[in-house]
Design a protein around this ligand. Structure first.
Ligand code: G4P
Ligand code: NA
Ligand code: NA
Length: 193
């Protein structure tokens, strides 16, 4: 079992409705040493690819993105959620359905921060239905940039996001993949990788 799987077993809470609460180290309070280890793990797994920018989505993705960006000395760009107001001339906009909030969000990045010359590594905290990743990939395509991979801290293997990305030929690395979990007993089964 790797360090993140151990942390999930120790401090994650399985909730009804297929939700894994990780507020004590990722989604509310942030364990910075754990974020550093996640960054180091991404650095190791993506050692064979070149990227000049890390792309994520606010809010929780930012902490995940920070260390891999630091280790490769590149900036983090985070897509913003919510109102895009009138003109979209100055920004790339994509739609993402939020599993947690049960609604569509527009996400956007201002044009100066995604360029056709960019080689982009996308990272995020969770991969579930893959809506957030799909929208981020859409932004990369709109900018004419190159996607080199997607790095995820926790993939929920019982939801279709991971399978969809792999089927699309995306280079996907998930540090922990939860294949099943039981809110009654708290049991969590991880995929062997
Ligand atoms: P996606 O990331 O694969 O598109 O997943 P989905 O649309 O289903 O999830 C949307 C939001 O819900 C994301 O956070 C995602 O991280 C979170 N999420 C999905 N499943 C779980 C889960 O089991 N546990 C936890 N803790 N989060 C989950 P968000 O709405 O973008 O919020 P933020 O935390 O980044 O601010
Ligand atoms: Na989240
Ligand atoms: Na997220």
């Amino acid at each position: 079992m790797n360090f993140l799987e151990q942390k999930i077993l120790a401090d994650g809470v399985v909730k009804p409705g297929n939700v894994l609460k990780v507020d004590s180290f990722l989604n509310h309070q942030i364990d910075i040493r754990l974020m550093q280890k996640i960054g180091e793990e991404f650095k190791r797994r993506f050692a064979d690819v070149q990227f000049n920018k890390v792309l994520t989505i606010e809010a929780s993705g930012i902490a995940i993105a920070a260390f891999i960006a630091y280790l490769n000395d590149v900036p983090v760009v985070f897509a913003k959620k919510g109102q895009t107001v009138n003109s979209t001339d100055d920004k790339y906009v994509a739609k993402a359905y939020s599993f947690t909030h049960k609604k569509f969000n527009d996400i956007f990045v201002s044009r100066p921060y995604l360029k056709p010359t960019d080689k982009i590594l996308i990272v995020d905290d969770f991969l579930a239905d893959g809506e957030a990743s799909k929208a981020l990939i859409d932004l990369v395509k709109q900018a004419g940039a190159e996607l080199v991979g997607v790095g995820i801290a926790i993939e929920k293997g019982m939801q279709p996001g991971g399978a969809k990305l792999r089927a699309a030929g995306v280079r996907l690395e998930s540090i922990a993949i939860v294949d099943s979990m039981d809110p009654e007993t708290g049991f969590i089964k991880f995929r062997e990788q």
